[in-house]
Design a binder for this molecule. Structure first.
Ligand SMILES: *[C@@H]1O[C@H](CO)[C@@H](O)[C@H](O)[C@H]1NC(C)=O
Ligand SMILES: *[C@@H]1O[C@H](CO)[C@@H](O)[C@H](O)[C@H]1NC(C)=O
Ligand SMILES: *[C@@H]1O[C@H](CO)[C@@H](O)[C@H](O)[C@H]1NC(C)=O
Ligand SMILES: *[C@@H]1O[C@H](CO)[C@@H](O)[C@H](O)[C@H]1NC(C)=O
Ligand SMILES: *[C@@H]1O[C@H](CO)[C@@H](O)[C@H](O)[C@H]1NC(C)=O
Ligand SMILES: *[C@@H]1O[C@H](CO)[C@@H](O)[C@H](O)[C@H]1NC(C)=O
Ligand SMILES: *[C@@H]1O[C@H](CO)[C@@H](O)[C@H](O)[C@H]1NC(C)=O
Ligand SMILES: *[C@@H]1O[C@H](CO)[C@@H](O)[C@H](O)[C@H]1NC(C)=O
Ligand SMILES: *[C@@H]1O[C@H](CO)[C@@H](O)[C@H](O)[C@H]1NC(C)=O
Ligand SMILES: *[C@@H]1O[C@H](CO)[C@@H](O)[C@H](O)[C@H]1NC(C)=O
Length: 785
């Protein structure tokens, strides 16, 4: 009776591959169920792991036929996944290769070939038997994901009904002229034309045409050459109007196998999804006037649900409208599944639900139709705003951060702290606390606690006793089944009043100025400066600083003419030297703490080259023997005397452009030079000239480099440092600074004038580019350079 079938299968047999010996799946890996008119088979995705799989069935000759997408749509197979991603196979009871016992009992034997990533294929047998369940309706239509199927009872009614279907009337002439004893199919189009073909041809085009003990079956994939789209009140329906017929010498059997399935897209709002289908399906109802619903039920995953469940899940199921039937589901409602997704590194969700609409209607006396549509609906990606909450309480000593709200399919891969990625295990090892808190709505929150003391937490001193802890986090999260990574960065700060600042005590010693710092808890991180000079070991060595640091106390002593000090005042009484000690942030070099302390040292022989072009010098009478009266000294310009003088010393202070100062270029330097000489008192009339006083001349020379890149080179000059002990002058006791105003305060440089003939010395002035040369004493030796 089904002679064309073997031809159809013969075509498929071309694709046969080698036989693979098959075994049974281990228990628990598969689950099977007879549901509706289907064999349902699920496989555990965890058991399959990364393996790929295909499946095959066997024809009557026992040959294996791999089920490709093409074969599946023709033969009533659907390969898909359940909501949770487990592979699922659905097979129609009327599918190919099903052993069908009088349309009452069905058995399936298929083979699943699982190929591991290492290319090892194992074949597993799956066999199941299903009873019919609810009795066949005269006509049953199924709208599957990948095909439309109709089966019609082929028992001939007693007396032919007078109400002939229009399509039948059209087919009649075709059937009359057709070949005998061959099943044929006629397709009808909206434009009125017909296309007829033998069942074998229809088979070759991908249609399934078959007969069973009591039924005629027609199956078509969607969107074929012979299917058409019909619009019903704005709703799209895909229709295949086919008539299958069989002619013998004395009779023609025609079966209307028209099939129509709603295909319009679901409608999404922010909170719901709706699926609307026409009430009366075109081409399936001949006399809409006579149309009557017998049952309209909704289902999930192929199972009908009752009205109580519909209400409990919050669905809206409208069946009482004239033109349409609609199902509206709140997004996230029970029965569906909300899953995480990632798009452009943004976290979001999609919601999927597998709806079913199962209807029975009566078109006219002879038309009893059962129509089932299975519809998988997946909402578009909906961005979810992640919520980061800073629960940090400064007193607790750790950051407390929660990030949510994640579905169960999100897994924390790592958290980068300060750029270092740390797995949950690493985090625990280093003393961070990681936890999860569930929300009532199946989402959860990740809680991370990071101690302030963790080395990856940045610290910054702000002011007073306030320090700012900053933790830079990069959450890396993964969607578990999809294996999609996304990141979420966060920066959390906390200002904590836990800084103990250092305290200072300054002291003046013979020829030295210094301080003792009692350390606090943050200054270890800071760098020390003396004036503008960083306190490096080079500076300490070259300038004969003394530094001691036992971690609790820091001691610094600086010779009073060393580089790093500044000088505030010079008078006949003394030279005020100031030590500006500061601590600066190790990264930004912002000054955090400043301590300034000044001492006055007795004025000795000094030359000071001021940055504004003023030269200042003190001259002592002790420098000559016999001593002369310093009040009688002057510069080259005799009118330029000391600005202050007593019987033992004189102070000169004059701009470089006056008092006969000469100027010359020496390489890259501008050298200013003047001379202190003694006003000789002549005794008139006597010859040879006798002078009471010795001749006295002292060269003062300042060198100013022309270019700006200068290096501080200071050299202590030989000579006595003032005999009387210095007395201390506290200038600024102790001061803290908030911001880094590095003052470019011009400071003069000081050197002792040397006693002794061949001494010369240089002082370089970083900020102003001045250097000085100190010449010797009588007999005047001019110390040129
Ligand atoms: C036709 O139906 C028979 C069972 O009645 C089945 O064995 C056969 O595989 C089917 N063939 C096709 C092509 O559907
Ligand atoms: C697995 O085997 C097939 C056929 O033998 C071959 O084409 C394919 O390249 C193999 N794949 C791997 C990853 O070895
Ligand atoms: C009618 O429509 C079908 C399908 O769209 C097409 O194949 C056929 O050529 C059309 N016939 C005429 C006469 O337009
Ligand atoms: C889940 O619950 C949390 C906390 O109660 C809430 O913030 C979040 O918005 C909820 N998420 C959804 C999708 O309802
Ligand atoms: C700089 O100071 C910070 C604290 O402010 C500390 O964490 C860091 O280790 C210090 N860096 C160096 C190189 O000393
Ligand atoms: C986190 O919380 C702390 C303590 O309440 C607060 O001082 C800080 O400003 C917060 N930081 C951020 C980045 O929100
Ligand atoms: C140069 O600076 C000194 C010290 O700051 C000051 O006493 C003197 O008046 C200044 N001279 C001129 C010409 O500005
Ligand atoms: C500046 O002058 C000094 C001394 O002559 C020289 O060593 C240095 O290279 C000069 N720097 C520049 C940038 O010209
Ligand atoms: C440092 O002390 C040494 C020896 O006491 C001395 O030779 C040197 O000139 C001193 N340097 C300075 C810059 O005072
Ligand atoms: C100090 O001098 C440096 C170099 O001349 C300059 O870059 C800086 O801006 C000055 N700072 C202030 C506060 O004037």
């Amino acid at each position: 009776m089904c002679s064309f079938l073997s031809t159809g299968l013969a075509l498929l047999c071309v694709f046969l591959s080698q036989e693979v010996a098959s075994i049974q799946f281990p228990t628990g890996v598969t689950r099977t169920e007879c549901r509706g008119r289907y064999f349902w088979i699920w496989m555990d995705k965890a058991a399959l792991g990364p393996s790929s799989w295909t499946y095959s069935v066997f024809n009557e000759l026992g040959q294996r036929i791999p089920v490709t997408d093409h074969v599946a749509a023709q033969c009533g197979f659907t390969k898909t996944t359940d909501l949770y991603g487990n592979p699922e196979i659905r097979v129609s009871f009327l599918g190919c290769s099903i052993h069908n016992l009088f349309d009452q009992d069905f058995s399936l034997h298929l083979q699943v070939e699982v190929t591991s990533p290492s290319n090892v294929t194992v074949a597993y047998d799956v066999s199941m038997k299903c009873p019919l369940g609810s009795a066949w309706s005269p006509r049953e239509i199924v709208c599957e994901e990948n095909y439309m199927e109709v089966s019609v009872r082929r028992a001939v009614p007693g007396i032919a009904s007078e109400a002939l279907n229009e399509d039948w009337i059209a087919v009649w002439p075709v059937a009359q002229g057709a070949m005998n004893q061959v099943w044929q199919v006629v397709f009808h189009f909206q434009n009125g034309s017909l296309q007829n073909m033998m069942a074998t041809e229809a088979h070759a085009l991908g249609y399934g045409v078959n007969t069973t003990a009591s039924r005629v079956l027609f199956r078509t994939p969607y969107s074929t050459q012979q299917t058409e789209i019909a619009m019903v009140k704005g709703l799209e329906v895909e229709v295949a109007r086919a008539t299958v017929f069989y002619k013998q010498a004395w009779m023609i059997l025609m079966v209307d196998t028209a099939v129509a399935c709603p295909i319009n897209a679901p409608v999404f709002t922010a909170t719901t999804l709706s699926w609307v289908t026409p009430r009366i399906m075109p081409s399936l109802v001949a006399f809409p006037r006579l149309y009557q619903d017998e049952a309209i039920e909704m289902g999930l995953d192929g199972l009908v649900i009752d009205r109580v469940t519909v209400a409990r899940n919050g669905y809206t199921f409208l069946t009482d409208r004239t033109d349409f039937i609609s199902i509206t589901v709140p997004i996230g409602a029970a029965g569906g599944l909300t899953e995480s997704d990632v798009m452009d590194n943004h976290y979001g969700t999609t919601y999927s639900i597998r709806l079913m609409l199962d209807r029975k209607w009566q078109g006219d006396e002879s038309d009893r139709t059962r129509h089932r549509s299975l519809k998988l609906i997946r909402t578009p990606f909906a961005l979810q705003t992640l919520v980061l909450i800073n629960n940090t309480i400064p007193e607790r000593g750790y950051f407390d951060i929660s990030l949510g709200n994640f579905l169960p399919d999100v897994e924390l891969t790592s958290v980068g702290i300060g750029g270092l990625p740390l797995t949950p295990k690493d985090l625990k090892t280093r003393g961070c606390h990681l936890d999860e808190r569930p929300n009532p709505n199946n989402t959860r929150v990740l809680i991370l606690q990071v101690p302030f003391t963790d080395p990856l937490v940045e610290q910054k001193y702000l002011y007073g006793n306030i320090r700012r802890y900053t933790v830079r986090l990069d959450y890396v999260l993964n969607l578990v089944p999809k294996d999609k990574l996304f990141t979420y960065p966060a920066v959390i700060e906390c200002d904590v009043p836990d800084v103990v600042l250092p305290t200072f005590e300054g002291f003046c010693d013979t020829g030295k100025i210094g301080l003792v710092m009692t350390r606090g808890n943050l200054d270890h991180y800071w760098v020390s400066y003396v004036g503008n000079q960083r306190l490096t070991s080079e500076l300490i060595m070259s300038q004969n600083y003394t530094v001691q640091d036992d971690g609790k106390y820091f001691y610094l002593s600086v010779p009073f003419l060393a580089v790093g000090l500044s000088y505030r005042d010079i008078s006949l009484q003394g030279l005020t030297a100031q030590l500006d000690f500061s601590l600066r942030d190790n990264k930004t070099l912002v000054t955090t703490v400043v301590f300034s302390f000044a001492c006055i040292f007795p004025t000795g022989r000094l030359l000071v080259c001021l940055p504004n072009g003023t030269m200042a010098a003190t001259v002592l009478s002790l420098d000559t023997k016999p001593s002369l009266d310093p009040r009688n000294t002057h510069l080259r310009d005799r009118n330029c005397g000391p600005v202050a003088a007593d019987e033992s010393r004189a102070l000169f202070s004059f701009p470089v452009a006056s008092c006969g100062t000469t100027r010359r270029f020496e390489g890259n330097y501008l050298v200013y030079e003047n001379e202190v000489t003694f006003k000789r008192e002549m005794i008139p009339g006597a010859k040879p000239v006798i002078t009471r006083d010795s001749q006295y001349s002292l060269t003062l020379r300042c060198r100013y480099p022309l270019n700006e890149t200068l290096q501080v080179v200071a050299q202590r000059l030989q000579g006595e440092i003032g005999t009387p002990p210095p007395y201390a002058l506290r200038v600024k006791g102790y001061q803290q600074k908030r911001s880094a105003d590095h003052q470019n305060v011009s400071q003069p440089r000081v050197a002792y004038l040397s006693t002794g003939a061949a001494e010369k010395s240089w002082l370089w002035f970083p900020a102003f580019g001045a250097a000085l040369v100190v010449g010797g004493f009588l007999p005047v030796i001019f110390l040129g350079c």
